[in-house]
Design a protein. Structure first.
Ligand code: HEC
Length: 216
Protein backbone atom coordinates (compact mmCIF):
# COMPACT_ATOMS: atom_id res chain seq x y z
CA UNK A 1 0.00 0.00 0.00
CA UNK A 2 2.74 2.44 1.00
CA UNK A 3 4.56 1.63 -2.14
CA UNK A 4 1.62 2.38 -4.34
CA UNK A 5 1.03 5.65 -2.48
CA UNK A 6 4.62 6.75 -2.92
CA UNK A 7 4.47 5.98 -6.62
CA UNK A 8 1.35 8.10 -6.93
CA UNK A 9 2.96 10.95 -4.99
CA UNK A 10 6.08 10.69 -7.12
CA UNK A 11 3.88 10.84 -10.17
CA UNK A 12 2.10 13.92 -8.90
CA UNK A 13 5.40 15.64 -8.13
CA UNK A 14 6.76 14.92 -11.56
CA UNK A 15 3.64 16.17 -13.26
CA UNK A 16 3.54 19.30 -11.07
CA UNK A 17 7.13 19.99 -11.89
CA UNK A 18 6.49 20.10 -15.60
CA UNK A 19 2.88 21.19 -15.68
CA UNK A 20 2.84 22.83 -19.09
CA UNK A 21 4.34 19.89 -20.91
CA UNK A 22 1.91 17.42 -19.34
CA UNK A 23 -1.08 19.59 -20.18
CA UNK A 24 0.04 19.75 -23.76
CA UNK A 25 0.48 16.00 -23.88
CA UNK A 26 -2.95 15.42 -22.36
CA UNK A 27 -4.43 17.87 -24.84
CA UNK A 28 -2.79 16.11 -27.77
CA UNK A 29 -3.82 12.69 -26.52
CA UNK A 30 -7.47 13.70 -26.14
CA UNK A 31 -7.48 15.24 -29.58
CA UNK A 32 -5.92 12.20 -31.07
CA UNK A 33 -8.42 9.85 -29.45
CA UNK A 34 -11.29 12.03 -30.71
CA UNK A 35 -9.92 11.83 -34.21
CA UNK A 36 -9.69 8.06 -33.90
CA UNK A 37 -13.26 7.97 -32.59
CA UNK A 38 -14.49 10.11 -35.47
CA UNK A 39 -12.94 7.75 -37.96
CA UNK A 40 -14.52 4.84 -36.16
CA UNK A 41 -17.99 6.40 -36.24
CA UNK A 42 -17.68 6.78 -40.02
CA UNK A 43 -16.48 3.19 -40.32
CA UNK A 44 -19.41 2.00 -38.21
CA UNK A 45 -21.97 3.87 -40.34
CA UNK A 46 -20.36 2.68 -43.59
CA UNK A 47 -20.37 -0.92 -42.42
CA UNK A 48 -24.00 -0.60 -41.27
CA UNK A 49 -24.96 0.67 -44.76
CA UNK A 50 -23.10 -2.20 -46.41
CA UNK A 51 -24.63 -4.73 -44.06
CA UNK A 52 -28.13 -3.24 -44.48
CA UNK A 53 -27.74 -3.42 -48.27
CA UNK A 54 -26.77 -7.08 -48.02
CA UNK A 55 -29.54 -8.04 -45.60
CA UNK A 56 -32.27 -6.20 -47.55
CA UNK A 57 -31.09 -7.85 -50.77
CA UNK A 58 -31.12 -11.24 -49.09
CA UNK A 59 -34.62 -10.67 -47.65
CA UNK A 60 -35.87 -9.46 -51.03
CA UNK A 61 -34.41 -12.50 -52.76
CA UNK A 62 -35.97 -14.82 -50.21
CA UNK A 63 -39.43 -13.25 -50.59
CA UNK A 64 -39.21 -13.10 -54.39
CA UNK A 65 -37.98 -16.68 -54.68
CA UNK A 66 -40.86 -17.97 -52.59
CA UNK A 67 -43.39 -15.66 -54.28
CA UNK A 68 -42.40 -16.77 -57.80
CA UNK A 69 -42.52 -20.42 -56.79
CA UNK A 70 -45.94 -19.92 -55.24
CA UNK A 71 -47.31 -18.11 -58.35
CA UNK A 72 -46.01 -20.91 -60.57
CA UNK A 73 -47.62 -23.57 -58.41
CA UNK A 74 -50.92 -21.93 -57.42
CA UNK A 75 -51.42 -18.89 -59.64
CA UNK A 76 -51.58 -15.26 -58.51
CA UNK A 77 -54.73 -15.61 -56.36
CA UNK A 78 -53.22 -18.61 -54.57
CA UNK A 79 -50.00 -16.70 -53.98
CA UNK A 80 -51.93 -13.99 -52.09
CA UNK A 81 -52.49 -16.56 -49.34
CA UNK A 82 -48.82 -17.42 -49.42
CA UNK A 83 -47.90 -13.75 -48.86
CA UNK A 84 -50.49 -13.49 -46.12
CA UNK A 85 -49.08 -16.46 -44.21
CA UNK A 86 -45.40 -16.38 -45.13
CA UNK A 87 -44.19 -12.80 -45.73
CA UNK A 88 -43.71 -11.76 -42.10
CA UNK A 89 -42.33 -15.14 -40.88
CA UNK A 90 -39.82 -15.10 -43.78
CA UNK A 91 -38.59 -11.67 -42.67
CA UNK A 92 -38.41 -12.92 -39.07
CA UNK A 93 -36.16 -15.75 -40.22
CA UNK A 94 -33.79 -13.30 -41.92
CA UNK A 95 -33.90 -11.13 -38.78
CA UNK A 96 -32.93 -14.01 -36.52
CA UNK A 97 -30.13 -15.11 -38.83
CA UNK A 98 -28.44 -11.70 -38.56
CA UNK A 99 -29.56 -10.64 -35.03
CA UNK A 100 -31.40 -7.63 -36.47
CA UNK A 101 -35.07 -6.66 -37.00
CA UNK A 102 -36.07 -6.55 -40.67
CA UNK A 103 -39.33 -4.86 -41.68
CA UNK A 104 -40.99 -3.48 -44.78
CA UNK A 105 -43.06 -0.42 -43.92
CA UNK A 106 -45.47 1.67 -45.96
CA UNK A 107 -48.11 4.37 -45.61
CA UNK A 108 -50.01 2.47 -48.34
CA UNK A 109 -49.91 -0.65 -46.24
CA UNK A 110 -51.69 -3.87 -47.01
CA UNK A 111 -50.91 -5.56 -43.70
CA UNK A 112 -51.55 -3.07 -40.84
CA UNK A 113 -48.46 -4.54 -39.11
CA UNK A 114 -46.39 -2.81 -41.82
CA UNK A 115 -47.26 0.72 -40.70
CA UNK A 116 -44.22 2.81 -39.76
CA UNK A 117 -43.42 3.38 -36.09
CA UNK A 118 -42.41 6.78 -34.73
CA UNK A 119 -38.75 6.48 -35.74
CA UNK A 120 -39.55 5.10 -39.20
CA UNK A 121 -42.23 7.72 -39.84
CA UNK A 122 -39.87 10.67 -40.40
CA UNK A 123 -37.58 8.69 -42.66
CA UNK A 124 -40.45 7.35 -44.74
CA UNK A 125 -41.76 10.90 -45.12
CA UNK A 126 -38.32 12.01 -46.30
CA UNK A 127 -38.28 9.24 -48.93
CA UNK A 128 -41.75 10.29 -50.08
CA UNK A 129 -40.74 13.96 -50.21
CA UNK A 130 -37.67 13.11 -52.31
CA UNK A 131 -39.74 10.94 -54.62
CA UNK A 132 -42.29 13.71 -55.18
CA UNK A 133 -39.55 16.27 -55.84
CA UNK A 134 -37.40 14.17 -58.13
CA UNK A 135 -34.54 13.82 -55.62
CA UNK A 136 -32.72 10.50 -55.77
CA UNK A 137 -33.32 8.34 -52.69
CA UNK A 138 -30.35 6.53 -51.23
CA UNK A 139 -29.96 4.14 -48.32
CA UNK A 140 -29.64 5.80 -44.91
CA UNK A 141 -28.38 4.86 -41.45
CA UNK A 142 -29.58 6.75 -38.40
CA UNK A 143 -28.82 6.28 -34.70
CA UNK A 144 -32.01 5.73 -32.72
CA UNK A 145 -32.93 5.25 -29.06
CA UNK A 146 -29.92 6.11 -26.97
CA UNK A 147 -27.57 5.42 -29.85
CA UNK A 148 -27.41 1.65 -29.36
CA UNK A 149 -29.43 0.89 -32.48
CA UNK A 150 -28.57 1.86 -36.04
CA UNK A 151 -31.68 2.10 -38.19
CA UNK A 152 -30.94 1.25 -41.82
CA UNK A 153 -33.60 2.32 -44.32
CA UNK A 154 -33.91 2.04 -48.08
CA UNK A 155 -36.69 2.91 -50.51
CA UNK A 156 -38.72 0.08 -52.04
CA UNK A 157 -39.98 0.84 -55.54
CA UNK A 158 -42.27 -1.19 -57.74
CA UNK A 159 -39.65 -2.72 -60.06
CA UNK A 160 -41.89 -4.35 -62.65
CA UNK A 161 -45.26 -5.42 -64.01
CA UNK A 162 -45.26 -8.59 -61.95
CA UNK A 163 -46.00 -6.64 -58.76
CA UNK A 164 -49.07 -5.04 -60.36
CA UNK A 165 -50.82 -8.44 -60.34
CA UNK A 166 -51.48 -7.68 -56.66
CA UNK A 167 -50.60 -3.98 -56.25
CA UNK A 168 -51.92 -2.43 -59.49
CA UNK A 169 -55.39 -1.28 -60.50
CA UNK A 170 -58.32 -3.62 -59.73
CA UNK A 171 -59.96 -4.88 -62.88
CA UNK A 172 -57.01 -3.77 -65.03
CA UNK A 173 -53.97 -5.36 -63.40
CA UNK A 174 -55.57 -7.29 -60.54
CA UNK A 175 -57.78 -10.21 -61.61
CA UNK A 176 -61.18 -10.89 -60.05
CA UNK A 177 -60.20 -13.94 -58.05
CA UNK A 178 -57.11 -12.19 -56.70
CA UNK A 179 -59.18 -9.14 -55.74
CA UNK A 180 -61.64 -11.32 -53.82
CA UNK A 181 -58.81 -12.89 -51.86
CA UNK A 182 -57.21 -9.50 -51.13
CA UNK A 183 -60.51 -7.98 -49.99
CA UNK A 184 -61.26 -10.93 -47.73
CA UNK A 185 -57.81 -10.99 -46.10
CA UNK A 186 -57.13 -7.23 -45.99
CA UNK A 187 -60.28 -5.16 -45.47
CA UNK A 188 -58.14 -2.03 -44.86
CA UNK A 189 -55.89 -2.63 -47.92
CA UNK A 190 -54.21 0.56 -49.18
CA UNK A 191 -51.63 -1.20 -51.37
CA UNK A 192 -53.54 -1.16 -54.69
CA UNK A 193 -53.44 1.33 -57.58
CA UNK A 194 -49.64 1.40 -57.93
CA UNK A 195 -47.68 1.91 -61.16
CA UNK A 196 -44.26 0.56 -62.12
CA UNK A 197 -41.47 2.76 -60.73
CA UNK A 198 -43.54 4.17 -57.86
CA UNK A 199 -42.38 4.23 -54.26
CA UNK A 200 -44.05 1.32 -52.48
CA UNK A 201 -42.51 1.76 -49.03
CA UNK A 202 -39.12 1.21 -47.41
CA UNK A 203 -36.93 -1.40 -45.84
CA UNK A 204 -36.30 -0.80 -42.15
CA UNK A 205 -33.55 -2.81 -40.50
CA UNK A 206 -32.76 -2.16 -36.84
CA UNK A 207 -29.13 -3.20 -36.32
CA UNK A 208 -27.63 -3.28 -32.80
CA UNK A 209 -24.53 -1.04 -32.96
CA UNK A 210 -22.52 -3.60 -31.01
CA UNK A 211 -23.12 -6.21 -33.72
CA UNK A 212 -21.60 -3.81 -36.27
CA UNK A 213 -18.65 -2.94 -34.02
CA UNK A 214 -17.97 -6.68 -33.55
CA UNK A 215 -17.49 -6.96 -37.31
CA UNK A 216 -15.09 -4.03 -37.63
C1 HEC B 1 -49.42 -12.59 -55.25
C2 HEC B 1 -49.70 -11.24 -54.89
C3 HEC B 1 -48.54 -10.29 -54.68
C4 HEC B 1 -47.55 -9.95 -55.56
C5 HEC B 1 -47.33 -10.48 -56.96
C6 HEC B 1 -46.75 -8.95 -54.88
N1 HEC B 1 -47.25 -8.70 -53.63
FE1 HEC B 1 -46.55 -7.34 -52.31
N2 HEC B 1 -47.88 -8.00 -50.92
C7 HEC B 1 -48.86 -8.96 -51.16
C8 HEC B 1 -49.52 -9.25 -49.90
C9 HEC B 1 -50.65 -10.25 -49.71
C10 HEC B 1 -48.92 -8.47 -48.91
C11 HEC B 1 -49.22 -8.44 -47.42
C12 HEC B 1 -48.29 -9.46 -46.72
C13 HEC B 1 -48.56 -9.68 -45.26
O1 HEC B 1 -49.73 -9.82 -44.88
O2 HEC B 1 -47.58 -9.72 -44.47
C14 HEC B 1 -47.88 -7.69 -49.60
C15 HEC B 1 -47.06 -6.77 -48.96
C16 HEC B 1 -46.09 -6.04 -49.60
C17 HEC B 1 -45.24 -5.08 -48.92
C18 HEC B 1 -45.24 -4.73 -47.43
C19 HEC B 1 -46.01 -3.50 -47.11
C20 HEC B 1 -47.50 -3.70 -47.02
O3 HEC B 1 -48.19 -3.10 -47.87
O4 HEC B 1 -48.00 -4.45 -46.15
C21 HEC B 1 -44.40 -4.56 -49.88
C22 HEC B 1 -43.34 -3.51 -49.66
C23 HEC B 1 -44.72 -5.23 -51.12
N3 HEC B 1 -45.75 -6.11 -50.91
C24 HEC B 1 -44.07 -4.98 -52.31
C25 HEC B 1 -44.23 -5.77 -53.45
C26 HEC B 1 -43.40 -5.66 -54.63
C27 HEC B 1 -42.30 -4.64 -54.81
C28 HEC B 1 -43.81 -6.64 -55.49
C29 HEC B 1 -43.20 -7.00 -56.80
C30 HEC B 1 -41.82 -7.36 -56.80
C31 HEC B 1 -44.91 -7.33 -54.85
N4 HEC B 1 -45.13 -6.79 -53.62
C32 HEC B 1 -45.63 -8.36 -55.44
C33 HEC B 1 -49.14 -9.55 -52.35
C34 HEC B 1 -48.34 -9.50 -53.48
Amino acid sequence: MMRILSIIIAGLLISCGSRKKVDREVFDAVNESMEIKKVNEVDIINLAIKWGNEISAEAQQELMGKLNKSINEKGVAGAVEFCNVEALPSLNEVSKRHKVVVRRVSHDFRNPADQPNEEEEMLLEAYEYNEENGVKNSANVQEIGNGEILLYTKAIKIPGEMCLNCHGDPGVDIGEETLEKLDALYPEDKAKGHKVGELRGMWSIAIPKKEVVKKL
